[in-house]
Design a protein around this ligand. Structure first.
Ligand SMILES: [Zn+2]
Length: 493
């Protein structure tokens, strides 16, 4: 990076290569096309697992897989707290579990309680090196400063019992109207800040905020911006992908023009634009939703809002195209695996075994653990036993070394990603992913029949677009979300 340039990092929810390609062909995304032409573009950047925002945000910010940072999904069961954690996915389950509890999880829990203190966020590390940073609606924003949590508008009513806690963040920090730095306070009432627009947790709010920083010449060294709108729209209407991305593009265009022109923007700043996960189309037929409860007849499934570890058999945490199952009693795990293995709509079924992971049940299974048998294409070493075809992984002889190199195909980086999800959690946990075209269903959770959703290990959910200006394609042979933190730190420190 040229000396003195500031960095603007934009996380676009559900930013997918095939959608960008189509939109560029139509000429409907001039701002993104401009940025692609100013640097390098990768169409197969690999994200972490589960392919859900909370885990990805924490991995982006800490540069680590979930086993290191401790955020195993959007919805998961904390054995320590004996309750289901939900970072709010905008679904009905939020109302079922209580707005207050979910708001607590996303506004306080994620950064202050759940994300391990043994890892450091980008904001913490930059502060340590004397650099300034901003988080505009980015979920994993733990940083050097303290902010008081606000309860804007009507949220006062349903968040009445939420403690007036302090939350940490970087030098400049917004989480919609719940947390706001001084520079936002003078903003008048605006429809985009109301309950109907998720209290500012939307694209317009985040872009308005960065434009304000630019015009006031208060842009810090790093600005992280989260844009959620593409996700919401694409879930419902995947056919409209290019048009939905064109709306995102207009906001990014507005950001570039707030410097005077796009050319002036790139003269002053370096830009990174990346997605958090992809999405996969879900069939229209009833069978497209895997009704989890039907597999557990005779078992006591815990109520999400009130888990009773002494009496319940199992806790189910649905993350759309992946699902976590937490056995609470002796012998339940084996039964759960057996029953789930009968459902042909389930793709990868895995659990912890001897400090490693077992995938598949019955005759053909695969076991892997940290070890020395093989080196994967990202350089991590594994002990491997069983049928690699289950993970669609192919070993190749390495001319420079006796250790074969393992290449992944339909499930990018599957070993580290699966290991990361399972070992982010204590005790027994079974994970299942749905085949393309299918999703999991638990009562009160949203269904996406005829639409699209995500969560699985499959490449359709796992590969995202990555744009970096002032960079060449040689910089990353196979980029991953977890590589971006060290890349950013290296540019600054
Ligand atoms: Zn989504």
């Amino acid at each position: 990076m040229e000396m003195g340039k500031k960095l603007i990092f934009i996380l676009v929810d559900s930013f997918m290569p095939h959608v960008l390609q189509e939109a560029r062909n139509r000429g409907s995304v001039p701002a993104l096309s401009f940025l692609v032409e100013q640097g390098a573009y990768w169409d197969r950047c690999v994200t972490v697992f589960p392919t859900m925002s909370a885990s990805v945000d924490a991995s982006l910010s800490t540069g680590a897989y979930p086993e290191m940072h401790g955020i195993p999904g959007l919805i998961w069961y904390s054995r320590k707290e004996r309750r289901v954690v939900n970072y709010i996915n905008g679904s009905k389950s939020v109302w079922r579990m209580g707005m207050q509890r979910c708001a607590h999880d996303i506004l306080i829990g994620l950064n202050e309680t759940h994300m391990h203190r043994t890892v450091f966020t980008l904001f913490e590390e930059l502060a340590h090196h004397g650099k300034t940073s901003a988080s505009l609606n980015f979920a994993a924003h733990r940083g050097p400063r303290k902010y008081r949590l606000r309860k804007p508008g009507l949220s006062k009513i349903f968040l009445a019992g939420l403690p007036s806690a302090q939350v940490s963040g970087p030098d400049i920090c917004t989480v919609g109207r719940f947390i706001e730095s001084g520079f936002m306070r003078s903003l008048g009432w605006n429809f985009h800040h109301t309950m109907f627009q998720r209290y500012g947790l939307n694209d317009r709010f985040a872009i308005d905020a960065v434009c304000r920083l630019i015009r006031k010449r208060k842009l810090p060294d790093l600005t992280m911006i989260y844009m959620p709108d593409m996700d919401y729209a694409y879930h419902r209407k995947p056919d409209n992908g290019p048009q939905i991305l064109a709306r995102v593009d207009r906001h990014i265009g507005r950001l570039l023009n707030s410097f005077g022109s796009p050319e002036k923007a790139i003269a002053q700043c370096k830009f990174i634009i990346v997605g958090d996960h992809g999405q996969t189309r879900i069939g229209v037929e009833t069978e497209a939703t895997i009704n989890v409860a039907q597999h557990f007849q005779g078992m006591k499934i815990a109520q999400a809002e009130c888990v009773q570890p002494q009496e319940d058999d199992i806790v189910v945490c649905n993350n759309e195209r992946m699902c976590y199952f937490y056995p609470l009693q002796e012998g339940v795990q084996k039964e759960v695996i057996k029953r789930l293995s009968m459902d042909t709509r389930i793709d990868i079924l895995a659990w912890k075994e001897r400090r490693g992971v077992r995938i598949g049940y019955g005759k053909k299974t695969l076991f892997f653990a940290p070890g020395k048998d093989m080196r994967d294409e990202y350089g991590r070493e594994w002990k491997v036993e069983g049928d690699l075809a289950i993970a669609d992984a192919v070993p190749r002889e390495n001319p420079e070394d006796s250790v074969p190199i393992l290449f992944f195909r339909s499930y990018p980086d599957i070993f580290s990603r699966l290991y990361g999800a399972l070992y982010a959690q204590e005790g027994e946990v079974v994970v299942a992913t749905a085949r393309p075209g299918y999703e999991f269903f638990t009562p009160n959770d949203p269904i996406h029949r005829g639409g699209a959703c995500h969560g699985s290990l499959h490449e359709t959910d796992s590969t995202v677009s990555l744009i970096i200006t002032d960079e060449t394609a040689e910089r990353f042979e196979r980029p991953r979300i977890i590589d971006l933190k060290s890349y950013i730190l290296h540019k600054f420190c």
